[in-house]
Design a binder for this molecule. Structure first.
Ligand code: CTP
Ligand code: MG
Length: 222
């Protein structure tokens, strides 16, 4: 199975609040995108990496490498950016690993695990069990407490057979629906998406204080 990673980096990073888009913000001397691309490229199962950037931006030098393909311009919503990356993908790839540039702490070993699961099943994502009890709340009132042992936090990469992801994005487009991740759109095809245990530290860099916490994690790995 030939696998391409699509790294979505076209968001503005409003919650981080930097002048530059989030993927270009430095962490321990390398852009978030550079970290994510390097980790994916270090995984033997990944054959190519396609960065999806905000329109008008060029690929940072620290995201270049032997597996890095030309960057693609993203869209208004995350799923539009994924669709742009997928549309630009050469026909040689059978599966796609969609990854958030904002998850700069991803480890190559986790990438391998989720790719191998998708190879067996067609669709898989990394996730970690929730620590807290989840409450579904409407107008400030709890409407449901889902069983905690059934609640997981979804991460990326999320890996799909190429035609499955294409079909999921196309259906969402036709029906005017937005998903918060790719898996949701694939689930809505009635396809079983398999869950692979991820690493607790593969969280999404979102708020300003996350950069310092991420730097401490990277330093701890050296
Ligand atoms: N993303 C994208 N295209 C969009 C929106 C998001 O490629 N139109 C990417 C982001 O660059 C990020 C990932 O999707 O790597 C996860 O999104 P998020 O963490 O929400 O990043 P931003 O949208 O950039 O941040 P914010 O929501 O704070 O503006
Ligand atoms: Mg966002």
């Amino acid at each position: 199975m030939r696998v391409a990673a699509i790294v979505v980096a076209a968001g503005r990073g409003e919650r981080l609040g930097h002048a530059r888009p989030k993927a270009f913000v430095p962490l321990c001397g390398r852009s978030l995108l550079g970290h994510a691309v390097a980790a994916l490229a270090a995984c033997e199962r990944v054959d190519a990496v396609v960065p999806v950037l905000p329109p008008g931006y060029e690929l940072p030098a620290d995201a270049r490498g032997a597996k890095t393909r030309p960057a693609v311009a993203g869209g208004a919503r995350r799923q539009d950016s994924v669709a742009a990356g997928l549309a630009a993908l050469p026909g040689e790839f059978d599966a796609v690993a969609v990854h958030d540039a904002a998850r700069a702490l991803i480890r190559p070993s986790a990438v391998t695990r989720v790719i191998e699961a998708a190879e067996r099943t067609g669709a898989a994502l990394l996730a970690v069990p929730l620590r807290d009890t989840l409450k579904r709340v409407r107008d400030g009132v709890v409407v449901e407490t889902p069983p905690r042992e059934e609640c997981w936090s979804a991460q990326t990469p999320q890996v799909f057979r190429r035609e499955l992801l294409w079909e999921a994005l196309e259906k969402a487009r036709a029906e005017g629906r937005t998903g918060t991740d790719c898996a949701q759109l694939v689930e809505e095809l009635g396809v079983r998406v398999h869950v692979v245990a991820g690493d607790a530290d593969n969280w999404k860099i979102t708020h300003p204080e996350d950069l310092e916490a991420a730097a401490r994690i990277l330093e701890g790995r050296r």
